[in-house]
Design a binder for this molecule. Structure first.
Ligand code: GLU
Length: 504
């Protein structure tokens, strides 16, 4: 069955709605790489299908919930450019709907009140990897409450789902293919936690109930989420049916592993999306990198502008094989984008970086825009992160910069330099035209006259002008800095060069 033939897709089509997907983070941690990748796949699928992307905050686990993290999750999504069409909806504000669904299930006998302590038959929110089907049925021990024989007289019973026994539940995952589980292996998972655990008295839904009630209510056609949720799917399918709803298409996306092939976690370094923003990654490069963690277009192409990703994304391109997070690859993507983006698209990001570093001057966005564009273009082949513009390339934007210690040691030690650079400074100051070739000629002629290699002067001058051992070609650098700055910086560096060369 193709996914557009799926009854739920058809039902949505009949309403003229098309695809509706959701990203449903729980604010129990930051927006991490795995969550961002799930959000991206949902967003790409929605945009590809001209569907609707919904944001839902699953915040009903009072013990693990950290409301202060929600804003950070939203910020991370905004930075990634994953704009949502509906929401954010907060499950904590939708409690009556879950209670009503539980009531409906109780009244039709699809659920029962369980008086046991919550830990006794726990496991309702289990999540594991997409494993292989087991051959032997491991029958679950069920509590006597199922047969209306309360184990205790608890005043605040939980509501458990009555798993229909003696049959199997099947579904056809859009990525992992046909799956089947014997219901006898499924526990009677909790739907509503005991009211006693809730602060306001309204019973809180478990993830299973909250997700299904909302997915029905929000008319979700495709559930795209991490493969760690595949074991929840049969339970949720039973819930859909018990609530008289058609289950959506399920597409479980492979896990993301660290370089050591264990599940990506803090152990592997930064996993929160905002840390990549702060480090100076471009959102589009990050999207490109994330998209390839578990999806491929079918050919060897790696560079996909976001518009290409939207055009080419499909669930059939999602792989079952776990993806490996490779930081070097992410940096490679960033470098590619810094080098290849149309300059006009890159400038706002550089402006933002310079603003953040307190280096931005308004004239670069107005009368000196051409200069700013030329300077960025000169620098970008040597940059890896946006922050390189405010650190490594700082001297291009301010006179307030330091000389790199190692560069100073290495390139200012020749004892002839103070004299030679004094002469060079005078020659440059006297140039009638400030052009690349005029600067080039002045330096080379001086080197020739003095019988030294041009490289001696070039390297020493570079450190004096920009403080770094590696920078764009010197005469291009001189051109963007302008005569006044070049002469001024050389004069300013002379005492330090004298001190260094005297030290030998
Ligand atoms: N709140 C769940 C999570 O963050 C959502 C799972 C789902 O998409 O159904 O893992």
């Amino acid at each position: 069955m193709s996914y557009s033939d799926h009854p739920r897709s058809q039902a949505a089509d009949a309403r003229g709605e098309g695809v509706r997907v959701r990203f449903a983070p729980s604010p129990t941690g930051f927006l991490h790489v795995g969550g961002a990748r799930t959000a991206l796949f949902n967003w790409l699928f929605a945009r590809n299908q001209r569907g609707t992307f919904i944001l839902r905050i699953e915040d009903t686990d009072l013990e693990r919930n950290r409301p202060e993290l929600v804003e950070g999750i939203l910020d991370g999504l905004r930075w990634l450019g994953l704009d949502w069409d509906e929401g954010p909806f907060y499950q904590s504000q939708r409690l009556p709907g879950y209670a009503a669904a539980a009531e409906k299930l109780l009244s039709k006998g699809a659920a029962y009140l369980c008086h046991c302590p919550p830990e006794k038959y726990a496991g309702g929110d289990s999540a594991d990897e997409a494993g292989t089907a087991k051959s032997e049925i491991k029958r679950i021990v069920r509590c006597s409450c199922r047969d209306a024989k309360p184990s205790t007289a608890d005043q605040n019973p939980a509501v458990r789902f009555r798993v229909p026994l003696g049959t199997t539940t099947r579904f056809d995952d859009a990525v992992f293919g046909p799956r089947e589980i014997h219901n006898d292996e499924m526990e009677d998972f909790v739907l509503l936690r005991s009211a006693r655990s809730a602060s306001g008295g309204t019973a809180l839904p478990t993830y299973q109930l909250g997700a299904v009630v909302d997915d029905i209510d929000m008319r979700i056609t495709h559930v795209i989420r991490g493969a760690d949720h595949i074991s929840n799917t049969p339970k949720q399918i039973l819930l859909y049916r018990a609530l008289d709803a058609v289950p959506p298409v399920f597409a479980h996306v492979p896990l993301i592993l660290g370089p050591d092939r264990t599940r990506l976690s803090k152990r592997h370094g930064a996993t929160s999306v905002s840390s990549y923003r702060d480090e100076g990654f471009l959102p589009e490069a990050f999207r490109n990198f994330l998209a390839l963690l578990g999806w491929s277009s079918g050919d060897d192409t790696e560079m996909f502008r976001t518009s290409d990703l939207i055009q080419r994304f499909s669930l059939s391109g999602v792989s079952r094989t776990n993806a490996v997070f490779d930081r070097a690859k992410l940096e490679w993507f960033n470098q590619q984008y810094l080098q290849k983006l149309p300059l006009e698209e890159l400038l706002p990001a550089i402006q933002a970086e310079l603003e953040k570093a307190g280096l931005w001057r308004p004239e670069w966005g107005a009368s000196q825009r051409e200069w700013f564009a030329r300077t960025v273009d000169l620098l970008r082949p040597r940059t890896r992160l946006l922050s390189d513009f405010s650190h490594w390339a700082r001297a291009f934007f301010t006179d307030d910069f330091d000389y790199d210690l190692a560069a100073r040691e290495k390139f200012w030690k020749d004892e002839r330099l103070p004299d030679l650079l004094t002469r060079l400074t005078d020659e440059l100051a006297a140039l009638p035209d400030w052009t690349h070739d005029a600067c080039d000629r002045a330096l080379r002629q001086l080197a020739e006259k003095a019988g030294v290699k041009a490289a001696l002067l070039i390297n020493a001058t570079r450190v004096a002008l920009v403080g770094q051992p590696v920078a764009p070609p010197l005469f291009d650098t001189m051109l963007v800095l302008g005569k006044e700055r070049v002469v001024g910086r050389l004069r300013r560096a002379l005492p330090a060069i004298s001190a260094r060369s005297a030290a030998g």
